[in-house]
Each structure stands twice: as C-alpha cells, then as structure tokens.
Write a protein that binds this ligand. Structure first.
Ligand SMILES: [Zn+2]
Length: 365
C-alpha cells in the first residue's frame, strides 16, 4: 500500500484545498523532507485567484523548513534526521543557465518533457516548488538536485527564524543587492509587505544612510522603522514623489526598489530616481508597463533598471541563515500568525485579505 500524506492543492481559481496524495518516491538526486514549518507567499494568493496559472492538483507552496526523511543514493554530505531548508528556487547548478550566472532562469530539467529548448534557459523556471513540481504546503516535499539545494539550519535557530530565508529574505535582499547601494546612499523602498520589509533591511545592511519606506498601511510602516527605515511615507497622506524630492533637496534618490508590481509603484520609483540612479524591481506585474518619458529622461538619464527572481541554492541559504544567526536582523517578528496544515484554507483566507495585521503565517503539519 502506498503511504499517503496531506497536501494543499490548487483545485480551480478561488479554491486551494487539502487533499491526500502519495508520499513521493526518492530518486538518486532527490531528498525527501518532512516539513516542520512552511508559509504562504503573496505569489500563492495570485495562484489561488487564478492570476498565475498552475496545473490542477499541484501542491502549492515554495518555502520549506523541515527534517531530512530520506536521501537519494547520490546525495552526499547530509544525514537523515538533519534540520534543513531549501531555497524557493531550486536550480540544477550543472545547467548552462546556472553556470552563466542565471540559475533562477534554469529550465534544463524541462528538456526531457519537451517544455524547454535544448539550451535549458527558461525565464523563472528555476522556481519549481508549487509552480512546476509539487510544493511545500504538505507533510512532505521532494527536493530536486538536493546536493546543491539543501542547506543545514545552524544550531540554535528556530523554524520561525529561518522561515523567511527560502524566499522573502532572499528576494528582498536581492532587491537591495540589485540596487547598486553604496555607503551613504539614499534608498526608497516602494511597498512594505514582507518582501519590501526585507529590501529595507537589506538596504540598511548594505550601508544606505537614508532609507525611505513607502506604503499605505501604518502598521507595516511601523515595522519598516524597526527593520531599518529612517523615514516612512504613507501614500494616503502625502504626494510621495514630491515628498521624496523635497527630502533629497531636489536631487532624487540614488536607488529605488519596487516591491509590489504595479504601474503606479514602478512609475513612482522612476520619478524619484536621480539621473544615473538604479531602479531595482522585485514586483510580479500582471499587465504591460508604461515608462513615463520625462522621468526616463527620454532614454538619456543613465538610469539602470534591473529585475530579479529570488536566488536559491545552498550557498545563498547558508549566507542568509548566517545573517540571522549573527543577530544582524530579526525576521521572526514577521511571523504574526500560526496555523496547522489542517486549517490552511483558513490561513489563506486571512492572508489573502491581509486581516488582523498579518505579515506571514507559519503553517505546521
Ligand atoms: Zn514566494
């Protein structure tokens, strides 16, 4: 008889439900992880609403914290029973895309299914969990290319302390890294949801001396201050672009990080940028963007616009967990609610409607 597990699956737009699924078989390069904590991401809400298509019956979720249940025969240097995380993005680091410095854009594992050209590059395909393969909102998850993607949790760190590392912290920090921040810079972060908050914290760690956090929610702006924002602006109470130009003496910010994915935030990020500045975009957009001509200096402003998908892999995860272990940042405060996996539908309901001051929910099987 096949052993079964509980998993949250996409049924149809508007419906993610708990179902019974077989516990997956472990191939030579895989590791089976028993999930101890996972969470719901804003991207999962896009999936729930049908705005980001995934296969019916797919297990959702891409943020695993757990214990190695079973290792594939080719995976070395780990032990069963060890506490680990894996990045939300699980590239095959032997691929051309990975070796060319773009591991998050690796779709090489899709070549045998005819879903990717033989070169193996495919935009966003490094994101496998809960996108192209079964994800983490379940009792067990199979981690592919485990040798490159399993990261042991340092002793003394709780599940909640490392729960942001697989996606939110890696993505938010990448937004700060892509913003070309130098010591003494002024950086604006548009939107202070979980990823924007991590971008704020990342900007502080990279040496920005003035960090301006923008959001429409005073509770989130309060947390932005705790994580590194020097000034917070609520767009309901002021003209954000005019205020930032005033704060920078008319010069504009050195960098602007966009962490929402709308025309309005993208445009404002460009409008507050000084000539030669960098716009680092993290948001997931759902329609075409328009670039305002004046803010873009007709294409002559020496602006840099960079986009990113969350970096994964064990070295990235090791670095992020080290930052937590060293006490440089406490993201535990972002875990505002706890749910059993059995009640995940309720957790989606709360998270999708941003009720009760929710930032991140910890889900435990
Ligand atoms: Zn995510």
């Amino acid at each position: 008889m096949t052993a079964m597990m509980k998993a949250a699956i996409f049924v149809e737009p508007g419906r993610i439900e708990l179902a019974d699924k077989p516990i997956p078989d472990v191939g030579p390069n895989d590791a089976l992880i028993r999930i101890t904590t996972t969470t719901i991401c804003g991207t999962d809400v896009h999936i729930l609403k049908g705005e980001y298509p995934v296969a019916k019956g797919l297990t959702i979720g891409h943020e695993p914290v757990g214990v190695i249940e079973k290792l594939g025969s080719a995976v070395q240097g780990y032990t069963e029973g060890q506490r680990v995380i894996a990045g939300a993005i699980c590239p095959n680091f032997n691929s051309y895309a990975a070796q060319d410095g773009a591991p998050s854009q690796d779709g090489s594992y899709l070549i045998p299914m005819g879903l990717c050209g033989c070169h193996g590059y495919k935009a966003t395909a490094g994101w496998r969990f809960g996108n192209l393969i079964d994800g983490t909102q379940a009792e067990y998850v199979l981690v592919p290319d485990a040798q490159a993607n399993l990261a042991p949790i340092p002793d003394g760190l709780t599940d909640e302390q490392v729960l942001m590392c697989p996606d939110i912290m890696s993505t938010g920090f990448k937004g700060a890294e892509n913003a070309n921040i130098r010591i003494g810079d002024t950086v604006v972060v548009f939107a202070q949801g979980p990823i924007g908050l991590c971008a704020t914290a990342g900007a502080r760690l990279l040496g920005a001396s003035t960090i301006i956090g923008v959001d429409g929610n005073d509770h989130r702006l309060g947390i932005a201050k705790k994580l590194g924002a020097d000034v917070t602006l609520n767009f309901n109470n002021c003209d954000v672009v005019a205020e930032i130009m005033k704060l920078t003496g008319g010069k504009g910010a050195d960098s602007a990080i966009e962490a929402l994915g709308t025309q309005g935030t993208f445009e404002s990020a460009l409008r507050v940028l000084r000539p030669g500045g960098t716009l680092s975009s993290l948001g997931v957009y759902s329609s075409d963007l328009t670039i305002p001509l004046s803010a873009f200096a007709a294409g002559l402003g020496d602006h840099t616009i960079r986009t990113a998908l969350c970096p994964g892999g064990k070295e990235r995860m090791r670095r992020l967990m080290n930052i937590v272990a060293a006490g440089r940042i406490d993201l535990g405060l972002m875990v505002t609610h706890h749910y059993k996996l059995d009640n995940i539908v309720e957790a989606y309901e709360l998270f999708a409607h941003q009720r009760d001051g929710v930032l991140k929910v910890a889900i435990k099987p």
